[in-house]
Design a protein around this ligand. Structure first.
Ligand SMILES: CC(C)(COP(=O)(O)OP(=O)(O)OC[C@H]1O[C@@H](n2cnc3c(N)ncnc32)[C@H](O)[C@@H]1OP(=O)(O)O)[C@@H](O)C(=O)NCCC(=O)NCCS
Length: 143
């Protein structure tokens, strides 16, 4: 992801999430040491993105795919890139927060080795709880 991507990323973010990140969040993550952000691009159109950071523990902070492009493996590819970043960072684990009501995403992560570990009460601005899901990064997987 680069600064030039942010107009399109923000359009998607606003369309997808009821409480979207501000542009400044993405901008600061672009410049964050130990940060990783990536877009999925289809002929100049951004159709998905992921943002993560951390060293010992990688935090997957944002992952989204355009509604019309879901179910085609794009989310899985973006997640693979974040796992590869975690491996390069020699992280022991990776974690994320997901809305309790987001059954599609919870299933998506569970199928890819993430285990629900605990509930963060009232985590979202709406008051909804977050499920924390974690995945161990295996020693032999690390770069
Ligand atoms: C979660 C998300 C990133 C997955 O992206 P994606 O590109 O659809 O992911 P994939 O195509 O790799 O896999 C989608 C999986 O969801 C399943 N799925 C279930 N219902 C679906 C639906 N209505 N539309 C699309 N996929 C659906 C697919 O069958 C697939 O499962 P599989 O691994 O068994 O094949 C995407 O749904 C999304 O952007 N959701 C909104 C934002 C969000 O919730 N982000 C996560 C916040 S923690």
């Amino acid at each position: 992801m680069s600064e030039a991507d942010l107009d399109q990323v923000m359009d998607l973010e606003r369309a997808i999430f009821p409480y979207p990140w501000r542009r400044s969040f993405f901008l600061s993550d672009l410049n964050r040491p130990k940060g990783f952000s990536i877009v999925a691009d289809d002929g100049g159109f951004i159709i998905g993105y992921a943002v993560a950071w951390g060293t010992e523990e990688t935090h997957l902070a944002n992952l989204a795919v355009s509604e019309h492009e879901r179910g085609k493996g794009i989310g899985a590819k973006l997640l693979d890139e974040v796992v590869a970043f975690a491996q390069r960072s020699k992280a022991n684990s990776m974690y994320l927060e997901v809305r309790v009501s987001n059954t599609i995403a919870r299933r998506f992560y569970a199928k890819r080795g993430f285990v629900p570990t605990y509930l963060r009460k009232g985590y979202y601005e709406s008051g909804e709880d977050a499920v924390i899901m974690e995945k161990e990064i295996q020693e032999e997987d690390k770069g």
